[in-house]
Design a binder for this molecule. Structure first.
Ligand code: SDX
Length: 381
């Protein structure tokens, strides 16, 4: 058995490649992201969340019939089991939304007879259920916590349109649907980020897809990962005004505090997802009377560019998704659930891909504690 010295110590696994994948490619130096070789900017402009999910899971774009068939499969699975709706009705209205998502994603397993069938066919069916039902459970909880009637999913709608419908019971505008769909495309997959890697650790033990994805939700909740988009909005609300940005940022930088929505473990250039989101958020902010948020954001970006661009710190996907989600009228604590809703596509896809050549994930640890310590009876301590 190899000893610790033969293994590489790599805190945070910064320099470790854990497996191969054909789903997403990231060039951190050049700021490139591709889903199965297709540039993220093209997908954001021309694709949909459903089409991008098909691409990630199947390694190619669908033809018209395949896309229609996949959308039908997803829509057939939008509805929640009655037992899950009963659980939502018993959930405290002030519960943390990401704890609710994690709990309900796990609870979906209680109503799925295929939960422990880890055949590729059953896993794809479970992946469809997870991607299809996560928007429904998020919207259902939001309605419940506001004391409103839960709105059933409408299987005549896309995932983006259905989510906005279930949230408000009003016909969403095409602009709103498009904006959300772009966000879902941009957030669908991103290599072995912390939450995706979490799902792989779980699936590598041959546990089930629900366990893997609910664990991933737990990882995404953290402010260093998916929780950053909420942190960006908290920061913008705290600043409050364009003319207060400079003072606020001066203090943060002097105290060496991290600015949410900036920096990335892989990107040392502009996050390509932020590029498109930035232009998109400007139009949406203008249309919804939130332009001051966009103006504060660009001012913050300029200050950060002067201060830390030389260290490879640029806006990441979370920075402008905050203004986009706020302009969509989403509450702050729904921002990270939006990220989970979209990344369910990447989590399930990576789990199914990893199982094709599974290897239990179990890294070494460099023990730095004492040795040969005698046991002392309780009476003698
Ligand atoms: C996502 O991995 C993925 O792919 C994630 C993601 C995905 O799609 O799944 O892209 C989504 O999680 C995006 C990142 C969202 N998180 C944030 O916006 C939180 C703020 N960012 C940082 O906490 C940080 O940039 C990380 C955690 C994202 C990455 O940090 P690393 O790689 O662990 O690097 P580090 O924390 O050691 O920082 C290196 C240097 C430090 O300065 P020095 O001590 O060397 O002087 O850069 C500085 C840091 O202080 N730095 C920042 C900063 N991020 C890093 N300084 C100010 N503001 C920041 N945001």
């Amino acid at each position: 058995m190899s000893t610790a010295t033969e293994k590489q110590f790599d805190q945070g696994l910064v320099n470790t490649i854990a497996a191969e994948t054909q789903m997403s490619f990231i060039d951190g130096e050049k700021g490139v992201l591709e889903y199965v070789g297709i540039d993220i900017d093209s997908l954001a402009r021309h694709s949909t969340f459903e089409e991008s999910t098909f691409l990630l899971w199947n390694g190619r774009l669908p033809d018209a019939a395949e896309l229609a068939g996949f959308e039908t499969e997803l829509r057939a699975e939008y509805a929640l089991p009655e037992g899950l709706i009963a659980m939502i009705r018993e959930t405290p209205a002030d519960a943390s939304t990401m704890h609710v998502v994690q709990t309900l994603v796990s609870a979906l397993s209680l109503f799925d007879p295929e939960c422990d069938d880890d055949s590729p066919e059953a896993n794809i069916r479970k992946a469809v259920r997870l991607v299809a039902k996560t928007p429904t459970l998020i919207a259902a909880f939001d309605r419940h916590r506001k004391g409103k009637e839960i709105i059933p999913a409408d299987s005549n709608r896309s995932i983006a349109s259905n989510f906005l419908w279930m949230l408000r019971g009003e016909e969403p505008t095409e602009t709103m649907v498009r904006a959300l769909d772009v966000c879902l495309v941009l957030h669908a997959d991103h290599g072995f980020n912390a939450s995706t890697f979490t799902s792989l650790v779980v699936i590598s033990t041959l546990s089930d897809l629900y366990s893997a994805c609910s664990a991933a939700v737990g990882a995404l909740r953290g402010p260093l990962h998916g929780g950053a988009n909420e942190g960006v909005m908290v920061m913008l609300n705290e600043i409050g005004d364009l003319d207060k940005v400079d003072e606020f940022m001066k203090g943060k930088l002097e105290r060496k505090e991290k600015i949410m929505g900036f920096g990335h473990r892989v990107y040392k250039a502009y996050d390509p997802r932020a590029t498109y989101l930035k232009t998109f958020s400007e139009g949406l902010a203008r249309d919804t009377g939130n332009l001051p948020l966009y103006e504060m954001s660009t001012r913050i970006e300029g200050i950060m560019h002067d201060a830390v661009a030389s260290k490879g710190i640029f806006p990441n996907v979370d920075f402008y998704s905050a203004t986009t989600y706020w302009s969509l009228g989403l509450e702050l604590d729904l921002f990270t659930p939006m990220f989970a809703l979209s990344r369910m596509s990447g989590w399930t896809g990576h789990c199914i891909e990893y199982l094709k050549d599974n290897k239990l994930i179990r890294p070494g640890a460099a023990y730095v504690g004492p040795h040969e310590v005698p046991y002392v009876d309780l009476a003698d301590r």
